[in-house]
Design a protein around this ligand. Structure first.
Ligand code: ARG
Length: 279
């Protein structure tokens, strides 16, 4: 009898150890974010450290971490680096205004849709004020240089819907692309409409061309990117998204993010060649 009790105690001890370890491992939730996409994710330069990252997706990430009882660690990096980090398992997930694309559906676990305000109900092209409203049809961009973010929906749209004579220029971050537009290095820049509004709010010299891409309705919502096959975490995330939706949190989060995007210290970060935040 004594032996059995001793054995049971030993087993219990080992189990407790494992539980403790498992808990420790899962104590943080690492989320890759490309903070160059106001109002979804951007930086507030009046703050520092993890606090500088703000926007709808940051609020969502905080909510998810809290619901899971984990500490959120935001890993800021370029949009394409976010996707690579999920694929290699370097982060638990990426929340960065992702639209559903065929390529992503194939290579990642995608969460259920979450509401992303009116940020991506339209996909547009911006330019300098002098060209405001001038280019309204795809053909109007013939021979022009149009920028888009690497590995983005906007890049796909440019490739699919603009004439072949358009020179499409890739930018790993949107801030640099805006700079190139202002400097005349590109003629125009493809953006989500809500993101375009946020860019224009801080750039008097820029305007919409008047052109809009044709987009499917499903592009209006966003999803969270998780590693292919990580079904357990995906299920957990979907339950939390359903909870946020039922609680009516998305609308107020979006309004708050939009307000923040208009403040003077709102900015985008820049990235180096490795997709890491440049100082
Ligand atoms: N929704 C677009 C996409 O899925 C653009 C997202 C860009 N996000 C960002 N954080 N820069 O490609």
């Amino acid at each position: 009898m004594k032996k059995i009790i001793a054995l049971l105690l030993a087993v219990l001890l080992v189990m407790c150890c494992f539980a403790g370890c498992a808990k420790k491992q899962a104590a943080t939730l690492t989320v890759a974010i490309s903070p160059d996409f106001a109002p979804m994710e951007f930086v507030d330069t009046s703050k520092s450290g993890q606090d500088q990252y703000v926007g709808f997706d940051v609020t969502l990430a905080k909510y998810i971490a809290k619901e899971m009882g984990r500490t959120l660690v935001i890993k800021p990096m370029s949009f394409d680096a976010c996707q690579a980090a999920v694929q290699t398992g370097n982060v638990d997930m990426s929340i960065s205004g992702f639209s559903v694309t065929a390529e992503r559906a194939e290579n990642y676990n995608l969460s259920d849709y979450y509401y992303a305000g009116d940020n991506e109900t339209e996909q547009a092209i911006i330019t300098i004020k002098e060209n405001e409203g001038k280019w309204t049809k795809a053909e109007d961009f013939a021979g022009k240089t149009v920028g888009a973010q690497t590995a983005s929906l906007q890049m796909n749209l440019c490739n699919e819907q603009l004439p072949d004579s358009v020179n499409i220029k890739e930018f790993s971050d949107i801030g640099t692309a805006v700079e190139a537009l202002r400097n005349g290095n590109i003629d125009a820049l493809a953006v989500a409409k809500g993101n375009g509004d946020a860019i224009l709010a801080n750039n008097d010299a820029l305007a919409f061309t008047g052109f809009e891409f044709e987009v499917s309705e499903e592009a209006e919502n966003n999803v969270i990117l998780l590693k292919k096959g990580n079904d357990e975490l995906t299920k957990q995330v979907n339950e939390i998204l359903a909870k946020a939706l039922a609680a009516g949190l998305y609308g107020p989060w979006y309004e708050e993010a939009k307000k923040l995007a208009g403040i003077e210290t709102a900015a985008e970060v820049g990235y180096d060649d490795q997709g890491q935040v440049a100082n």
